[in-house]
Ligand binder design. Sequence first.
Ligand code: NIG
Ligand code: FE
Length: 424
Amino acid sequence: MPNGNIIIKNASELVTCSGFKAKCGADMSDLHVIENGAVVIRNGIIEAVGPSARALEGVRESEFAVIDATGRAVLPGFVDSHTHLVFGGYRAEEFGWRLRGDSYMEIMQRGGGIVNTVTATRKASRQELMATGLQRLDSMLSLGVTTVEGKSGYGLDRDTEIKQLEVMRDLGRAHPVDVVPTFLGAHAVPDQYKGREDAFIDFMISDVLPPAAADGLAEFCDVFCEKGVFSVDQSRRLLMKARELGLKLKLHADEIVRLGGAELAAELGAVSADHLLQASDEGIDRLASAGVVATLLPGTAFSLREPYARARDMIDRGCAVALATDFNPGSCFTESIPLIAALATLHMGIRTEEAITALTINGAAALDRADAIGSLDVGKRGDVIVLEFPSYHFIPYHIGVSTVEKVIKGGQLVFQKTAAKETT
Ligand code: NIG
Ligand code: FE
């Protein structure tokens, strides 16, 4: 049978997350679940979705690989829409410093933090970055992630920023997980530009942004808009230039200090504003009315012991909320989707249905791909996960442990859990 032809049938819950755009407010609760459902994928694209008998009507099963998902929930693959997955070195010692009371920003201001990873990433060869990148993608895939966003930002110079972006492009070609590349050259202020942040933004605009935007190497431009890093005006200047060069926009907004990053994201029509731990009511309302996806990263709040973003208020005020890991070597060294689901539901007032929406169709919307991935709808890519449990409720309930048994990417089985689930 041709690659990319697969049927998944008899799912106790087929959680379709049906939709082709970001889901806002109350719509986030509707997962469009089909009992005893099936999905038919031909040549990597979803051809039919529905109750098993109906979806399989007239389908010649001999042309397909067939997965019997009896007793299992089936969902779209997760979209991890905010990570920093390509970097050299680790910062385990920094975790210890934070436990002793240093804050993330204090460590950064005394020359540690992101800048340490910059030194290690500048030194790392492409082969080294590929090798660790592939291992990280393997781990993400095993947790049910079928599309991941990755940011540069550990170069802060031309060559390393471009190296990171090229490694992301090569990772996406070499691995089943799709990698969406974001240019984050304005992620920290390198030593020689301390106190001359405007000059650093000028340098990014003249020397680094053009090659990053060329030939689709980066799809998005992001900036760390934060007190002591880049101001709202500096962020605006960089992002407007990025938009002129055809990049779509994201922001690290209102993460540690309420600076007005959410408002800037709305003003510029960014695709997403991310973190938002300190976003104001006004900022939240502007995100909702401008249709900017609010991407929340509870792993970072947990790891930095900062207050969580006000997810409940955001949803109730009509925002489209996405959830992502923020996987990076400093503020949040985890790729664990199950941990994110548990934190979001237990600590942010997000309901399980909303969390699933935030990890699927709204994650896709945060990457401007809600038309192509993030739900089980006819015409979308056949990116599907099969759980080892009968209901999506097990995702946050099995705290910090993956419930994913199989991952299908573009109609091909690309991950199969070997350990058996617990028996009851
Ligand atoms: O999203 N805040 C800025 N950037 C990352 C952390 C990067 C790092 O510490 O290496 C974040 O939290
Ligand atoms: Fe981040």
